[in-house]
Design a binder for this molecule. Structure first.
Ligand SMILES: Cc1ncc(COP(=O)(O)O)c(C=O)c1O
Length: 374
């Protein structure tokens, strides 16, 4: 009698030592105040989900719920608002032109919509380049922010190249959320903008009686700018408790996992994924040193993992799109299946550990949510 094969599903995973001991400079202190003064600003919820703690064998699990951030259904407005503010301040100071500026960017959805929203609010123009694979409703949502939209029949990296070319015209400036050699300042401002999210988590955990921070933070990763902000935040405390930091990518676009494995930043050929915001083939050049030195582990998940995680979060009352739910999918992939004990140990997790999952978008941000039934 033939035996039924047993599948020990092992996720694509990499752990490294030393991340928790690495230190870097902190983000500027004035970002939080800038955001707090924006109309409609409020900290997004940090929701405790005890059911997930039981399922994961840890003490407490919190979800940072970015389903409504400055009126948009993803965290991206934090970076876009600060970077556009800094860019326009500099533009005006230089006397670079009397008329409106065209803010140019490439996006797989959320960033472009946030840039377009900021441009319109501030009386400027936006031109947004969208790669193939972005849901037509996400494209329409960007156009509805009064942006000119150009659809590029290629992957995200190609859309970034096209946006950079367009931004070379007079009166235009590129506001991109990824960096490459020679284009680093504005992406750096975007990363600074994301620091508000981490500052809020500190305050919210302290209000829950957790004063020395979480033990693990799981971050959905595309080019790694958000992860750079998270590493910067948790690795810039001079001493004391430092959490493990886990990056989570789609298996179809795991450029950070691949780069960490090879020890150098590399581009990967991306495939199709419902995690549209994470469908990026090249790590940001300014993020890379932070990811290389400050992350503890990287994992890749597939669309079905993320859809299951989104469904679980929905049942527990948190609206999470495929990218946002990747954080829970990554935690589950890490803590289950063959090798789970070693992965749990690598992250230093025990029964009293505090885990924070960054749910970076709500279901409304990504129409693929409805395509997968959530
Ligand atoms: C919802 C969502 N989560 C996470 C990310 C990943 O951010 P980064 O590209 O900075 O790694 C993105 C990027 O677009 C996103 O839209």
């Amino acid at each position: 009698m033939s035996e039924k094969p047993v599948s020990f599903r092992t996720p694509p995973w990499l752990a490294r030592t030393g991340g928790r001991d690495w230190r870097c400079a902190s983000a500027p202190a004035d970002v939080r105040g800038f955001h707090a003064a924006l109309p409609g600003y409020a900290p997004t919820p940090l929701t405790e989900l005890p059911e997930l703690a039981v399922e994961s064998g840890v003490g407490r699990v919190f979800v940072k719920d970015e389903s409504c951030r400055l009126g948009l259904p993803a965290f991206k407005a934090l970076g876009a608002s600060w970077a556009v503010h800094r860019t326009l301040t500099e533009w005006t100071a230089r006397g670079d032109g009397a008329g409106p500026v065209t803010l140019v960017t490439a996006t797989d959805g959320n960033h472009g919509r946030a840039v377009a929203r900021m441009a319109h609010l501030l009386g400027q123009h936006a031109h947004v380049f969208v790669p193939r694979g972005v849901h037509p409703r996400a494209v329409a949502a960007i156009a509805a922010e009064h942006a000119e939209v150009t659809e590029v029949p290629g992957p995200y990296d190609e859309a970034v190249r096209r946006a950079a070319e367009a931004a070379a015209s007079p009166g235009a400036v590129l506001v991109q959320d990824t960096a490459w050699p020679g284009y680093e300042r504005i992406p750096g401002w975007i990363v600074e903008g994301y620091s508000t999210l981490c500052a809020e988590i500190d305050e919210q955990l302290a209000a829950e009686g957790i004063t020395d921070g979480p033990d693990l933070v799981a971050v959905p990763v595309g080019v790694g700018s958000l992860a750079q902000a998270v590493v910067t935040h948790y690795r810039s405390h001079p001493a004391g408790h430092a959490p493990a930091l886990l990056s989570v990518e789609p298996a179809a676009a795991a450029c950070v996992l691949e780069s960490l494995t090879l020890g150098a930043p590399v581009s990967v050929t991306t495939g199709e994924t419902s995690m549209a915001g994470l469908n990026c083939g090249t790590p940001s050049s300014i993020a890379w040193p932070y990811l290389r030195d400050g992350l503890d582990a990287a994992v890749a998940v597939d669309d079905a993992d993320s859809a299951r995680a989104a469904a679980r979060l929905a049942v527990l009352g948190v609206s999470s799109g495929p990218c946002g739910a990747a954080a829970l999918a990554g935690l589950r992939a890490t803590l289950t299946g063959a090798g789970a004990d070693q992965r749990r140990t690598a992250l230093g997790l025990g029964p009293s550990s505090v885990v924070v999952l960054l749910s970076t978008e709500g279901a409304a941000a990504n129409p693929y949510s409805s395509a997968t039934g959530h």
